[in-house]
Design a protein around this ligand. Structure first.
Ligand SMILES: [Zn+2]
Length: 96
């Protein structure tokens, strides 16, 4: 197996991404990189564009900045893992 779980590389990637201070790759809003509380839902986290457990590489090309809350929402709603009942049908405002 590869060294996909090398935390040193992860930490380097995390800092590399934070240096550019990009907006959240999931919701598109700015991230406050001064938040140091990792439990803060608006805190900066590294999101894997293709999740590791879905075969995504642990490379910087597969990483983006995200809010903690956005990252959690994304991982909670993986389409083929979410039970059907959890997928909420969008309520459409019909005028007819
Ligand atoms: Zn976000």
């Amino acid at each position: 197996m590869s060294t996909g779980r090398n935390t040193t590389i992860r930490d380097r990637h995390r800092k590399r991404i934070a240096r550019d201070q990009p907006p959240c790759g999931i919701c598109g809003n700015d991230i406050d990189y001064t938040i140091t509380d990792h439990l803060n839902p608006m805190a900066y986290v590294v999101d894997h564009i293709v999740p590791i457990d879905r075969g995504g590489p642990d490379t910087i090309d597969n990483k983006q900045a995200a809010h903690r809350s956005c990252n959690r929402t994304k991982s909670d709603t993986m389409p083929d893992e979410a039970p059907a009942a959890a997928i909420r049908v969008h309520e459409t405002a019909r005028t007819w």
